[in-house]
Design a protein around this ligand. Structure first.
Ligand SMILES: C[S@@+](CC[C@H](N)C(=O)[O-])C[C@H]1O[C@@H](n2cnc3c(N)ncnc32)[C@H](O)[C@@H]1O
Length: 246
């Protein structure tokens, strides 16, 4: 059954995009971990390890995981911040956070995960309070990226780092063509296989194909006010890792 609005979610912006994404991820939550592994052919855990290494999280750090989802970045970030550190996980989907809560408690018996339903554009955290902001496959869903950048710069401590891993498009055209075919024809079938609806797979494919390529995103971050922005391609450029500082 299609539980989503009968609209093209990828064409929405701002609060409408946020509402669409929240409903979509709410409905994908029970299938998300499996979906992730299948879409990435099991490589997503390696990309997350790369992102965590790039974040340089130190014991005692305060880490903000924006768009926590089912907790796949939260868990290694929490491990890296021990002893003494904490990870705050925010997401617009309560169902995704519900799954994250169970997985985090299982990984670290006895801890009380800090999870809240809030958006990247309005975290409600104090100014200059966070050492590292993480985003894993979230930025392309954000309805108002400039607002999210302002919010990240506000909550980061001076010198703090913003690390983002996101789908991208390869620069070399044969790889880009292959990536397009994968997003357009293979990925929809994987989403359908795990029980995702049409609106979900169309949204996932379109947001991947329409998201700024790596050099454009690097420039966007620099214009937004991040310093020393650097990026690297993963998986032949179909994934991009960006790091910027406040
Ligand atoms: C593809 S999942 C990725 C989850 C997780 N970061 C990971 O690495 O697996 C994207 C998550 O971002 C959340 N999200 C989308 N837009 C958001 C926003 N504006 N603010 C916060 N979370 C958002 C979704 O609800 C979803 O849980």
């Amino acid at each position: 059954m299609n539980t989503l609005l009968p609209v093209d979610g990828a064409s929405l912006t701002g609060r409408e995009r946020e509402r669409f994404a929240a409903r979509m991820f709410d409905s994908l939550a029970p299938k998300y971990v499996r979906l992730n592994r299948l879409i990435s052919w099991g490589a997503d855990e390696r990309w997350r390890r790369t992102a965590i290494a790039a974040a340089g999280i130190a014991p005692g750090d305060t880490v903000l995981d924006l768009g926590t989802g089912t907790g796949d970045l939260y868990i290694p970030a929490y491990r890296a911040a021990q002893p003494g550190g904490r990870v705050i996980g925010l997401d617009i989907s309560a169902n995704m956070l519900g799954v994250a809560d169970g997985r985090i408690r299982e990984a670290f018996p006895g801890i009380e995960p800090q999870l809240d339903v809030r958006s990247a554009e309005a975290t409600e955290l104090p100014d200059n309070s966070v050492d590292v902001v993480l985003m894993g496959w979230v930025l392309r869903n954000v309805g108002d990226r400039p607002a999210a950048y302002r919010e990240i710069l506000r909550v980061l401590k001076p010198g703090g780092r913003f690390v983002c891993v996101e789908t991208s498009r390869p620069g070399f055209w044969p790889f880009r063509a292959g990536n397009y075919i994968y997003c357009k024809f293979v990925m929809p079938n994987i989403v359908r296989m795990v029980g995702g609806d049409r609106a979900s797979y169309e949204y996932l494919a379109k947001t991947t194909v329409n998201f700024p390529r790596r050099p454009a995103l690097t420039e966007e971050w620099t214009r937004a006010g991040f310093r020393a922005v650097r990026s690297r391609p993963l998986m032949l450029g179909s994934i991009a890792l960006h790091v910027g500082a406040k």
